[in-house]
Design a protein around this ligand. Structure first.
Ligand code: HEM
Length: 479
């Protein structure tokens, strides 16, 4: 069971994450208004917002999943609140350094800080090292935290059991692995590998920076490392959210817990391999990349989506279909999240097909698909957990309040916002343009509409977040 100190630190995390989330949504809306020609930001201002928005969003929704995993893990084994505090402190320091490098130093390479952009100084000179060091601080904090959580899992389950391999050979093994443990293990292993790659990447950046250019990096290697780290981290973050769903959805719906079966075990073990190799689809336009890797990229992108997504979607459909469900905001958010995840996943597979990618590469189709499975997928999975845990802190899961208006605003706002990206992407409007030339009128029109829909989404989020934060604050007064 969660200790009071774990509850307090989880509350502090939730309040921090949600505050940053609101700021990052506002940055997003400002970008869309600028692209719609409704406000005038300087190009530097736009790219500063884009860099801060992208990194903040990816970061907070990765740690949101880790907060949930560690909290729910306390049902199975003892967990360390101190480890959690350590990660929170380093995260706050890292975010402050990052925001100073972007907002004060004007660093604006985009969230992928693709080599050699950080060395083409178009900002304060000190901003490049500060930016790289901010990532080092965040990376160290999250690496120690994710290894720590994995060790906590291994205190109760052997490595074989954590991966549920005993379910592949026996129908009723002595020790059964809860799906939550398997998915958390698979995702944490992926996150640890991403973070090790990030450390290698940063060492290479620092080597070139501090050698004053006498050491030069290989751009293709740097791009492969960057996308192995960035693409995989964004995907693993989503799977942390799915682990929360497996643990909580049946419980809050008044249904029996999901049981481990051989096909769930197989699906998630395969997912681990495919997700780690799908990033090659970011390299399709790098013609010097060996052809074999490009083929791996396409196949892994297909296969990655089948096991986890198909198995999870079917599990959720079987849970809901024909059964009397106790609906609450928690399972509604999980349910909508699965729909967003599926739609975003289909958008991703379309783009990862090489013949389509020739047309869609670096168009707004790219932010279309990843915003769908983030803003309408993983964010909702984590919010469902936040809502559930805030009610647990408040001492009751029973809320008679209807959230019809909030959910309506979130659905119209969220799906409307991503639809504008899809329409513009299908019309070949490029991504990462601060403003569009007159020939791309459709880019401007869709951007203005997107800003409107995103504002509806923001209002819905504010309504949900207000209630969550109010309940989380109460934990600090309990003893
Ligand atoms: C309603 C909420 C949001 C709004 C209004 C918004 C808006 C935007 C805009 C306008 C861009 C630039 C698109 C382009 O022209 O390339 C962008 C990029 C991005 N967004 Fe969002 N976004 C939102 C939510 C999210 C969420 C929830 C996540 C992740 C969990 C996210 C992650 C990113 C990332 C990684 C980028 C790419 C940044 C880059 O290219 O360097 N966004 N967003």
């Amino acid at each position: 069971m969660a200790s009071l100190s774990l509850k307090k630190v989880s509350s502090a995390w939730i309040i921090t994450i949600l505050t940053l989330f609101i700021c990052a949504i506002v940055f997003g809306i400002l970008m869309r208004l600028n692209q719609g020609n409704d406000i005038k930001l300087s190009p530097n201002g736009f790219y500063t917002l884009m860099t801060t928005h992208g990194l903040t969003m990816i970061g907070i929704w990765t740690v949101a999943g880790m907060v949930g995993i560690q909290y729910l893990l306390s049902r199975y084994t003892t967990v360390s609140a101190k480890l959690n505090v350590f990660a929170l402190v380093l995260t706050i320091i890292g975010v402050i350094m990052l925001w100073i490098s972007t907002f004060v130093g004007n660093f604006h390479t985009g969230w992928t800080f693709l080599y050699p952009f950080p060395f083409y100084i178009a900002w304060a000179k000190w901003a490049t090292p500060l930016f790289l060091w901010s990532l080092a601080v965040l990376g160290i904090g999250w690496f120690v935290w994710s290894v720590g959580i994995l060790v906590e899992i291994l205190k109760k389950y052997s490595l074989k059991q954590a991966f549920a391999w005993q379910h592949l050979s026996k129908k009723d093994p002595e020790v059964t692995t809860p799906p939550f443990i398997l998915i958390a293990t698979v995702s944490l292993v992926g996150i640890i590998l991403c973070l090790i790659t990030a450390v290698i990447l940063l060492i290479l950046f620092f080597a070139e920076y501090y050698s004053n250019g006498s050491f030069k990096n290989d751009p293709l290697l740097m791009k492969n490392l960057t996308y192995f780290f960035g693409h995989t981290l964004a995907n693993e973050a989503l799977y942390l959210g799915v682990a929360l769903l497996y643990e909580l959805l049946p419980e809050v719906s008044g249904r029996p817990k999901f049981k481990m079966t051989w096909y769930i075990a197989l699906a998630w073990n395969f997912t681990m391999i495919f997700v780690l190799t799908a990033f090659f689809h970011h390299m399709y336009m790098d013609f010097v990349q060996p052809l074999g890797f490009q083929m791996v990229g396409q196949l892994a992108s297909y296969f990655a989506s089948i096991p986890a997504a198909a198995v999870s979607a079917l599990s959720v459909i079987f849970l809901v279909y024909g059964n009397k469900i106790k609906w609450s905001l928690t399972n509604i958010l999980f349910f909508i999240g699965v729909i967003g995840w599926m739609i975003g996943g289909i958008g991703a597979v379309i783009d990862a097909t090489i013949s389509n990618n020739i047309v869609l590469h670096n168009t707004l189709w790219v932010p279309a698909h990843f915003h769908t499975y983030n803003a309408m997928g993983n964010v909702l999975f984590c919010l469902a957990f936040f809502w559930w845990v805030a009610n647990e802190f408040a001492g009751s899961q029973e809320t008679t309040k209807s959230h019809k208006i909030t959910i309506g605003l979130m659905l119209i706002g969220g799906f409307g916002f991503v639809l504008m990206f899809y329409i513009a992407g299908a019309a070949s409007v490029p991504r990462r343009f601060a403003f569009y030339p007159n020939e791309l009128q459709i880019g401007m029109t869709t951007a203005t509409w997107a800003a409107f829909f995103a504002t509806l989404y923001l209002i819905a989020m504010l309504a949900i977040i207000w209630e969550i934060v109010r309940k989380c604050i109460r934990v600090f007064y309990s003893s």
